[in-house]
Design a protein around this ligand. Structure first.
Ligand code: NAG
Ligand code: NAG
Ligand code: NAG
Ligand code: NAG
Ligand code: NAG
Ligand code: NAG
Ligand code: NAG
Ligand code: NAG
Length: 661
């Protein structure tokens, strides 16, 4: 899969080299610098002399304080150990591919020495062939593999081939398979005539590199080398970026469409119904209309954003769409799952699943970013979704990807969004003091290439400032729309902004300093701006949980699920916190109040399910006011709600048929 890139023009090599040197120098300089804001503003001299002050807040503005969490604090260090990378194969590649920039074609190479080893140093004859993976039109999958095609070293892959499964076998019976592998190709497309004319403004390309479930805290903990890279010139971290919904789909939908599921249903269509996702005004359509080439890839087909309990697409949604290839890789190659996390496919044949995805993204950028505007999103689920510490094993791979983009000169051209959908939503990290923040603060980094920084200095200043202001998915959506507008004509259409958040805006303009969660489209339950105080050892808080459970049982009645889902009963309360004003200090005594906002985490007796709710509770009437669909489920529910399909209700329903005694 490693595609060697031959830069066509010597200028790119020089640019690439300069970039690399600058980065290395920067990283070296940077390695000992504190990340604390105040420190960065002080003189270089005092930086060396003064002992760095620890960062206390991600955001500290009049109406929002998001505390900074030490990623290596004592509590987490009791459970955290960096993990060792599990490899999928230690064999050398018998077949490899190379992209010939002059021919604009992929070439297959066969390594005789590797063959000799695999033949146990006998002189036996062997053959290699491939079977093409073809897209099936009007569907989300592939056709059967086409007939075997034999090839020899130096074979030039035909331009229509987008993927293949290759095999080398001994020639004599009994045939022994020496090695089986698969390759996916981004094939070059010549620039259409109308794009060859000089344009009004340069259109910035955008590559979105996504890792599922990775919070900014856990990124710092598990991938310090990557984090260090992301401190380089041109990178901006949205430290006040707060997710707007529970799991992947609604958070990604907000970024890519500007809608929540609920308003999409009211305004456009029901995303649970077949055909709706084709109709939604997704971001890639705006890019496409602005003559961008579009690409998209994700691993683990069962968990894909648009297919997990969703109908997926009925038409190919982007120019370069990986899912049919993924379906082929998952069924045509040997699959290996890690014993401790056997839900996701870890190896597809000889490679980790995420290697195919990020390589596809790299190829997409290599092929086009120097010629024409592109937008692409490349996302991996399988190494971070089920184990919050596995990214530590993957960090050299991810860093390698970023360095590859660098080596290709892609960072000279494109904007990169390096991001996650949300943090850890279940398991050991959510049980820590900081669990609430881990869950709600996905990492969000934006890179601006040098030409963009030179052309739009005010956008850069705003982005820099916004690093420490509250922001959300809807702002990112508006930023993407802004990017489309930047490359258009001055009298071009003004694109519609996030429907769900009229007060959201492009991150290239300064965000209000007194912004609140509701102004950023973030519901109270997800908001990390307000301090909460833990209520210790008091039994009256049980009545809060009981009242929340009443609301959940009423919800089952309302949704006509009472025949299928058991009523819930309280087992015990894990933790209760009460919202205090920004002026209340952690050591102040709690005051008696009739009505207050509480965050409560509790366990129900049915299948020991755990929930976390943010509720307005009246301590006199003992009534909790809560939107059930905003309650979080904090342990896995795969085996608890097999009787229903509704993606939201699945979080709360314990099916009678799945009840454990
Ligand atoms: C920089 O950090 C390294 C390792 O973290 C340490 O060994 C070295 O002494 C530090 N240098 C300075 C100048 O602080
Ligand atoms: C590759 O080699 C390492 C180190 O010897 C070993 O731990 C690992 O199991 C091997 N992987 C495979 C897939 O054989
Ligand atoms: C080479 O030896 C290994 C181990 O004995 C065996 O599994 C494999 O089939 C042999 N390869 C060939 C081509 O005979
Ligand atoms: C694929 O192959 C299977 C079994 O050989 C066959 O049943 C099926 O109809 C084929 N599908 C297509 C689309 O050719
Ligand atoms: C893209 O352009 C077509 C043709 O002008 C238009 O009908 C469509 O609404 C546009 N799509 C978006 C998302 O702007
Ligand atoms: C379940 O809860 C609903 C709503 O509170 C209630 O109407 C119903 O009687 C309960 N069912 C059982 C079996 O307790
Ligand atoms: C309610 O659910 C039951 C059983 O699941 C079903 O038979 C009935 O038709 C549903 N009623 C409505 C109004 O949807
Ligand atoms: C709620 O009421 C209980 C007594 O019913 C009391 O002990 C507790 O302090 C009250 N909590 C608040 C925050 O007023």
């Amino acid at each position: 899969m490693e595609t060697r890139f031959r830069a066509s023009h010597p200028l790119y090599k020089i640019l690439g080299l300069c970039c690399f040197v600058v980065t290395v120098v920067f990283l070296l300089q940077r390695s000992n610098i504190s990340l604390e804001l105040g420190e960065l503003q002080s003189s270089p001299r005092s930086r060396i002399l003064a002992k760095p002050k620890p960062q206390l807040y991600y955001v500290k503005t009049p109406k929002c304080q998001i505390p900074y969490v030490d990623p290596f604090n004592a509590e987490v260090m009791e459970i955290y150990k960096p993990q060792v990378l599990v490899t999928c194969s230690n064999e050398s590649d018998l077949v490899s591919t190379e992209y010939n920039e002059k021919l604009k074609r992929h070439i297959l190479h066969i390594d005789d020495e590797v063959a000799l080893q695999l033949l146990n140093f006998t002189e036996a004859e062997y053959n290699c062939f491939y079977r093409e993976i073809k897209y099936r039109s009007q569907a989300d999958t592939y056709d059967n593999l086409s007939a075997k095609k034999y090839f020899t070293d130096g074979y030039v892959v035909p331009q229509h081939v987008e993927g293949m499964v290759v095999e080398c076998q001994t020639a004599e019976d009994p045939k022994v398979v020496l090695q089986k592998d698969a390759f996916v190709f981004v094939q070059h497309q010549p620039l259409p005539k109308d794009l060859q004319k000089p344009r009004a403004a340069r259109k910035p390309s955008v590559i979105m590199y996504g890792i599922d479930s990775l919070s900014r805290i856990n990124l710092r903990r598990t991938m310090p080398k990557v984090f260090s890279f992301l401190q380089g010139a041109g990178w901006y971290e949205m430290q006040g970026y707060n997710k707007v919904a529970d799991n992947s789909f609604p958070n990604i939908l907000a970024i890519l469409s500007g809608y929540s599921e609920r308003t999409a249903r009211e305004q456009v269509c029901d995303t649970n119904k077949a055909g709706c996702l084709d109709e939604m005004p997704m971001m890639w359509k705006y890019f496409k209309n602005a003559s961008y080439l579009t690409g998209y890839a994700e691993d683990e087909s069962n968990s894909n954003h648009f297919s997990y309990l969703k109908p997926g697409f009925t038409r190919k949604p982007m120019d370069f769409y990986f899912r049919p290839m993924l379906r082929a890789l998952e069924s045509e190659l040997d699959v290996y799952r890690l014993p401790e996390h056997d839900y996701m496919r870890y190896c597809l044949g000889r490679r980790m699943a995420n290697r195919y995805i990020y390589d596809y993204g790299r190829q997409f950028a290599q092929r086009f970013v120097h010629e024409r505007p592109i937008w692409g999103m490349f996302w991996s689920n399988h190494f971070s979704h089920d184990d919050p510490f596995m990214p530590s094993a993957m960090q050299d791979k991810v860093l390698g990807d970023l360095l590859d983009f660098h080596a290709d000169g892609a960072f000279e051209e494109m904007i990169m969004i390096f991001f996650a959908d949300h943090g850890t939503r279940f398991g050991k990290l959510t049980r820590l003091q900081e669990g609430f923040l881990e869950e709600r603060l996905p990492m969000m980094f934006i890179y601006l290439p040098p030409w963009f920084r030179e052309t739009y200095p005010t956008y850069v200043q705003a982005l820099e400032l916004n690093q420490h202001r509250l922001s959300s998915n809807f702002d990112l959506h508006n930023t993407l729309k802004h990017i489309v507008e930047i490359g258009g004509t001055p009298d071009g259409p003004v694109l519609p902004k996030s429907f769900d958040c009229p007060t959201c805006q492009s991150l290239f303009y300064p965000l209000p300093v007194d912004r609140t969660c509701s102004q950023a489209g973030i519901a109270e339950h997800w908001c990390t701006c307000d301090p909460y105080k833990k209520i210790m050892g008091q039994t009256w808080t049980n009545t809060i949980a009981e009242s929340v459970i009443d609301r959940m049982n009423e919800y089952f009645v309302h949704k006509n699920l009472s025949q299928l889902c058991s009523n819930l009963t309280l087992n015990y309360v894990h933790k209760t916190e009460m919202k205090t004003g920004l002026d209340v200090q952690w050591y102040d005594e709690l005051k008696q109040v009739e009505t207050a906002v509480y965050r409560i985490k509790f366990k129900v007796a049915e299948n020991s399910a755990d929930f976390q709710a943010t509720v307005v509770y009246n301590n006199v009437t003992q009534n909790a006011d809560v939107d059930v669909e905003k309650i979080s489920r904090t342990n896995t529910y795969k085996e608890d709600s097999t009787c229903i399909e509704d993606k939201l209700a699945k979080l709360y329903c314990i099916c009678f048929s799945d009840l454990k005694s």
